[in-house]
Design a protein. Structure first.
Length: 92
């Protein structure tokens, strides 16, 4: 939760979903402009490292609409209306 909090406070992103996956890890699905997603990813990595947690991060810009359930996130800022969703797979 600390990492997710840091991500949302650092950049104009919205967390759509968090999933626990194999070999303890978490997959985070975010929505927002790509530059903000990348900034949030850096903040998450820094926060996790400060907590002594290993991180593997990968940003998938504009994933296929078939890779996620249809969602219409609420607007997070005026500039986000043209944003495409991004997924981040993170192993914590």
């Amino acid at each position: 939760m600390v990492v997710v909090d840091a991500m949302e406070k650092t950049a104009g992103v919205r967390v759509l979903q968090t999933e626990l996956n194999d070999s303890p890890g978490v997959c985070l699905k975010l929505y927002g402009p790509l530059a903000d997603i990348q900034m949030a990813t850096r903040a998450a990595e820094e926060t996790a490292h400060a907590m002594g947690t290993a991180v593997i991060a990968h940003v998938i810009p504009g994933p296929s609409p078939f890779s996620q359930p249809p969602m219409k996130p609420r607007s997070i800022s005026a500039r986000s209306s043209s944003s495409r969703p991004c997924s981040i797979r993170r192993k914590l």
